[in-house]
Design a protein around this ligand. Structure first.
Ligand SMILES: NC(=O)c1ccc[n+]([C@@H]2O[C@H](COP(=O)([O-])OP(=O)(O)OC[C@H]3O[C@@H](n4cnc5c(N)ncnc54)[C@H](O)[C@@H]3O)[C@@H](O)[C@H]2O)c1
Length: 358
């Protein structure tokens, strides 16, 4: 046991992105290695040992050094520590894996369930942040904004180069695949733009809320896809949604469709998206999620035409960081006291996966 760890103290490992030169630019920047979710003093003064790193890949990584004796692992989707079945097998003391954010697909959930690990995330912590970002990417792609910006930076001026493929959002049909927390917030934000709104989900929204939101339910995804000018992906990555948008599914969409995906990169067939962007079948593809992350330099989405891709940032605004840091602290506090977490936070509990992951 580490000298500064009390008898009941736990070894907690956090894996976050490194901030480097940006670390001290904002006192609220808690989501990085340096900020450590702002819980270091609290944990250490309570006798726990807290290790934070961004070094997550391979057998020689800092994370790997602590796997065997850590009790709690805090990960984040923005810099995902891939918690494989092999790592879970090695982690003899591990009891709890917390996701600082939403989306725990970087963890082998079946292996976690089989070992009796608890996996929980901070449900709702960055849903507004993502919905706002999706609305921004829809507009950026529809209005053909990025080529205009590039012209300005390069000292050029060519109105036609932008205008020949720039459209209004009003009157377009927008469909969300998945209308959970983020999907609904997006639909609510789209309402004043006067577009036709559709949604597909495994569960229909209750009639009152559906009416208030103003979106029509499409039970059959294949019926919804050809109707949409804009498609937004809002499901988690599960065994049902992995690779869901392959060549065949993309062919069911309208030619010239715009796709925004801030859900997870692996929901798409990477090469099918790159090909359909290159041949113009997809008119624009935007989002912040890739597989793997960080995206390698040769990832095809970096080089396809008409994209609005960024690193994984939408759910890690400063506001979101403060919310998920506070949610992680709350769950750690409950874990130390032996109390349950808010029910909606559980992804794996007592060997059972949350229903949409089954
Ligand atoms: N880019 C980011 O920063 C960021 C941040 C937060 C969340 N996310 C991603 O967005 C996802 C959604 O987040 P949320 O808070 O809206 O989750 P949520 O659980 O509230 O909603 C997910 C919805 O998807 C539906 N769904 C699940 N599987 C489906 C299937 N096979 N077919 C049809 N519908 C299905 C569910 O019924 C649910 O309504 C997360 O799981 C995560 O992967 C990304």
């Amino acid at each position: 046991m580490a000298a500064h760890m009390s008898a009941g103290g736990k070894k907690i490992v956090g894996v976050f992105y490194q901030a480097g030169e940006y670390a001290d630019k904002n006192p609220d920047f808690v989501g990085c290695v340096e900020g450590a979710l702002g819980i270091r003093d609290w944990l250490e003064s309570n006798g726990h040992h807290y290790i934070v790193t961004d070094d997550k890949e391979g057998l020689n990584s800092e994370l790997e050094k602590h796997i065997e004796d850590m009790h709690v692992l805090i990960t984040t989707p923005f810099h995902p520590a891939y918690v494989t079945a092999e790592r879970i097998k090695k982690a003899k003391n591990l009891e709890l894996v917390l996701t600082a954010g939403i989306g725990s697909d970087h963890i082998d959930l079946l292996a976690a369930a089989a070992t009796g690990l608890t996996v929980a995330e901070v449900t709702g912590s960055n849903t507004v942040s993502v919905a706002e970002d999706q609305l921004m990417r829809i507009l950026i792609l529809l209005r053909n904004f990025l080529p205009g910006y590039q012209q300005v930076v390069k000292g050029e001026w060519n109105v036609a180069g932008i205008a020949h493929r720039a459209y209004d959002l009003e009157g377009k049909t927008v469909g969300t695949v998945g209308a959970g927390r983020i999907g609904r917030l997006l639909l609510q934000r789209l309402k004043p733009f006067n577009c036709n709104m559709l949604y597909h989900d495994r569960i229909r929204i209750n009639p009152e809320l559906e009416k208030e939101i103003g979106a029509n339910f499409e039970e059959d995804l294949d019926v919804m896809l050809p109707k949409c000018d804009v498609i937004v992906i809002n499901t988690p990555l599960t065994e049902k949604t992995r690779g869901m948008f392959n060549k065949e599914k993309i062919a069911k969409m309208k030619k010239g469709v715009i796709i925004v995906n801030n859900a997870r990169g692996a929901i798409m067939d990477t090469q099918a998206v790159a090909d359909a962007c290159s041949n113009g079948y997809i008119a624009g593809y935007g989002g912040d999620v890739w597989f793997p992350q960080p995206a390698p330099k040769d990832h095809p989405w970096r080089y396809m035409p008409n994209h609005a891709m960024t690193p994984h940032t939408s759910g890690t605004t400063i506001d979101a960081q403060l919310r998920y840091a506070s949610g992680v602290k709350d769950m750690l506090d409950r874990y130390f006291k032996g109390e349950d977490f808010p029910a909606e936070n559980y992804i794996v509990k007592e060997g059972e996966l949350a229903s949409q992951y089954k």
